[in-house]
Design a binder for this molecule. Structure first.
Ligand SMILES: [Zn+2]
Length: 406
């Protein structure tokens, strides 16, 4: 049993960041105007969604697929969905499913033919739950597609916020799916199939290997001095190993079992994963990125000097962050120490929690530079994390991370 109230599972399941960014987006003038336009359009009559589905897809009746209907009903009941549902299948070799915005009081879920052929019932429960999740969390209220496809004059800042929200929305939907499926192995297998397209026995699913891929991704990131790839920024779906990792955290939390980790701790873990997909601040020209770099500059030198001496390893770690021959013996460390609180304050004012976690993660590479995190280094790092309002739990996580790797 979990802490989820079975008569109202929606609030507990939904990711906190999904809720918060969603609220903010609805207040954005561009989004607001767009929503009003769409609502006005919809008032003029049905938009032909059902007509379109009936003419291009097969409607799956209860008689045609009794087992699929049964699991769908179970998901509907578990998630407390109160709208009639119609299922459709369309012809496609790509695994996919979608939940279409309701029309005239009916909700539609469509599956690609290949997905229905290749997924077992437990995996389908995850898929159905995921799609229903988009409906119960009202994700359709934000017209992401319209904005990202360039139908409005949204600037890059809004586009980034939308894609960032969209990834958290997927995390919420995944939790709804996992809640319905109630079996982490099947959930992970479904994501493995979605990511790889593989269903034969030539490549066998291996949960540990799949999870290790996330760790490998973190190592790659560190090696690149944390330059996230540009294409990650605009990906609306979280990269699949990250989704598996996020779902593992969910299954270990109080939302999935008695005595599991607290929801706040779960959300913190999610932020840490999402930080891997945030754009890097090391090259960005914005003021908020500049504030991050100033803080990294002072912070990394002070961590390096925690024991009163900066080693060659630490100098090379510093140059990895700031560039070759950027290190100088003449840095005024006392002055930097005095400036550090105000630099942290600036970061705090202008950067989100995942970004600040990125900074703490980069600072931790300095603490780990000589393969050993000393007590004094840790104390400086924890002090900076405190000023950045990044929980100590995360510091412990990043410090422990290296020992997990083989
Ligand atoms: Zn989705």
């Amino acid at each position: 049993m979990s802490v989820i109230n079975p008569s109202n599972p929606q609030n507990a399941l939904r990711s906190t960041q999904d809720k918060e960014i969603f609220k903010r987006l609805l207040q954005d003038p561009i989004i607001d105007q767009l929503c009003k336009q769409i609502a006005k359009h919809e008032q003029q009559g049905p938009q032909g969604t059902r007509r379109q589905l009936l003419s291009t897809s097969i409607r799956i009746s209860q008689k045609m697929a009794p087992e699929l209907s049964k699991i769908t009903s179970e998901c509907v009941e578990k998630l407390d969905v109160d709208i009639p549902l119609e299922l459709y299948a369309y012809n496609s070799p790509n695994f996919n499913a979608a939940c279409v915005k309701p029309e005239e009081g009916r909700l539609f879920i469509m599956f690609s033919s290949s997905l229905l052929d290749a997924f077992d019932f437990a995996e389908l429960k995850f898929v159905v739950g995921h799609e229903l999740g988009h409906f119960i969390f009202q994700h359709h209220d934000i017209p992401v597609g319209y904005v990202l496809k360039g139908k409005t004059q949204a600037g890059p800042a809004l586009a980034l916020q939308l894609t960032s929200w969209s990834r958290y929305a997927e995390i919420s939907a995944d939790r709804a799916g996992a809640y319905c499926c109630n079996d982490f192995n099947s959930v992970a297998k479904a994501l493995f199939k979605l990511a790889s397209g593989i269903t034969s026995s030539i490549v066998k699913f291996n949960l540990d290997a799949f999870l290790k891929q996330v760790e490998a991704m973190k190592v790659e990131d560190d090696a690149l001095a944390n330059s996230s790839f540009e294409k990650d920024w605009f990906m609306t779906h979280p990269f699949s190993p990250l989704r598996v990792k996020a779902l593992q955290l969910f299954h270990q939390s109080e939302l999935a079992m008695t005595g599991g980790t607290k929801k706040a701790e779960l959300e913190l873990g999610i932020e840490g994963l999402m930080a891997l997909m945030e754009p890097s601040y090391l090259e960005a020209k914005t003021d908020s990125a500049k504030a991050m770099r100033h803080c990294l500059f002072a912070g990394s030198l002070l961590i390096a000097n925690a024991n009163g001496h900066i080693s060659d390893y630490e100098i090379s770690a510093f140059e990895k962050l700031f560039g070759e021959s950027e290190y100088s013996d003449d840095f005024n460390l006392e002055k930097l120490a005095a400036k550090l609180p105000s630099r942290c304050e600036q970061v705090l004012q202008s950067n989100s929690l995942p970004k600040r976690m990125q900074l703490v993660r980069d600072l931790s590479t300095m603490a780990k530079a000589d393969n050993h995190v000393g007590e004094k280094e840790l104390a400086v790092l924890e002090n900076i994390a405190g000023m950045l309002d990044v929980p100590n739990l995360f510091v412990n996580q990043v410090i422990a991370d290296s020992s997990v790797l083989d």
